[in-house]
Design a protein around this ligand. Structure first.
Ligand code: NAP
Length: 289
């Protein structure tokens, strides 16, 4: 028996369609929704993200405003720009493009974003609300992993869930989403004494360690739902010795697919849902303002 693959692209399409419908309904009432992205300097990765976000947002009728500041901007200039966007009634969501130039503290800058416009869900107030089970929305990647789980139709209530990773944007918020959904949650990290022993108990296993191929057959119980959050570009060599690059996750899919009941592929699993989740969070933010 091979695991059913969870189709992230299809989930993303559904989320986008729903967001587009809500935006159309806002427009019919004379309201345009806008996502503002603050970009510091001209880092090529940040610029690529911004271009793809703009295209994505505009494809569903969401305005995208790129606010660029020079790499030499100091913390005062950036916070003053964020304050301006916080006050701007035509802006409903604000994100800070990563990476930020050296010398600036991304965490501190993100905390400056008004919680009701923090559509990445990264400010302390929003993570606190999530911990208390009263979240406006969750950080995009954690929310995307949870959507992939929901798509299986299996209720997490009463299930043993194990999350590998405890970062503030993925592991911790995902653990909170699972707790709020009444799962019994274990969070693993680099100090976990015996990772495989913990993960083998999981009925729901989320791999968010950022370590290519970390999770193999020895980590997975038969019938587990496995959500792979990892994204890595790795070099591979074919039988003829020709080298190419390939996108892989934290899970060794060939080993885990025969054991798990459901599995998110990489690429095509959590990744596309994460991108769609930013749009959905912005639409939710606009509806709440
Ligand atoms: P991160 O900040 O580096 O956190 C990784 C976490 O995994 C840490 O808590 C770390 O433990 C733990 N960990 C690392 N190696 C481990 C090991 N061998 N055993 C057990 N735990 C281990 O990464 P992140 O930002 O949460 O991202 C995680 C992964 O998701 C990355 O591959 C990233 O590329 C991917 N990602 C995907 C999307 C998407 O759209 N699908 C979006 C964002 C990120 P310690 O706390 O002890 O160090």
């Amino acid at each position: 028996v091979s695991a059913r693959l969870i189709d992230g692209k299809a989930i993303a399409t559904k989320i986008r369609t729903q967001a587009a419908e809500k935006l159309a309904s806002q427009r019919s009432r004379g309201r345009t929704v806008c996502l503002a992205a603050v970009m510091l300097g001209d880092d090529p990765t940040a610029a690529t993200y911004a271009r793809s976000q703009a295209k994505d947002a505009e494809s569903i009728g969401l305005n995208y405003r790129l606010v660029q500041l020079p790499a030499t901007a100091d913390a005062g200039q950036v916070t003053s720009m964020i304050d301006t966007l916080n006050r701007d009634a035509s802006v409903h969501g604000i994100i800070l493009q990563m990476p930020v130039p050296k010398g600036l503290d991304a965490f501190e800058l993100q905390q400056r974003i008004a919680p009701e416009k923090d559509v990445e869900g990264v400010c302390a107030a929003n993570l606190g609300m999530l911990a208390m089970g009263r979240a406006r929305w969750a950080p995009c990647t954690a929310a995307a992993a949870f959507e992939c789980l929901r798509e299986t139709g299996i209720n997490p209530a009463g299930k043993r869930a194990v999350v590998v990773g405890r970062s503030n944007i993925v592991g911790k918020p995902l653990a909170m989403l699972l707790i709020n959904a009444h799962a019994t949650v274990t969070v693993c990290h680099t100090r976990t004494a015996n990772l495989a022993k913990e993960t083998r108990r999981a009925e729901i296993l989320v791999a968010a360690a950022g370590s290519a191929g970390l999770i193999g057959a020895e980590h997975v119980a038969p019938g587990a739902i496995v959500i792979d959050v990892g994204i890595h570009r790795v070099k591979v060599r074919d039988a003829a010795g020709v080298e190419s690059t390939k996108t892989v996750g934290d899970v060794r899919i060939d080993e885990v697919a025969p054991i798990a009941s459901h599995l998110t592929p990489v690429p095509g699993g959590v990744g596309p849902v994460t991108v769609a989740m930013l749009l959905a969070n912005t639409v939710a933010a606009a509806a709440a303002i």
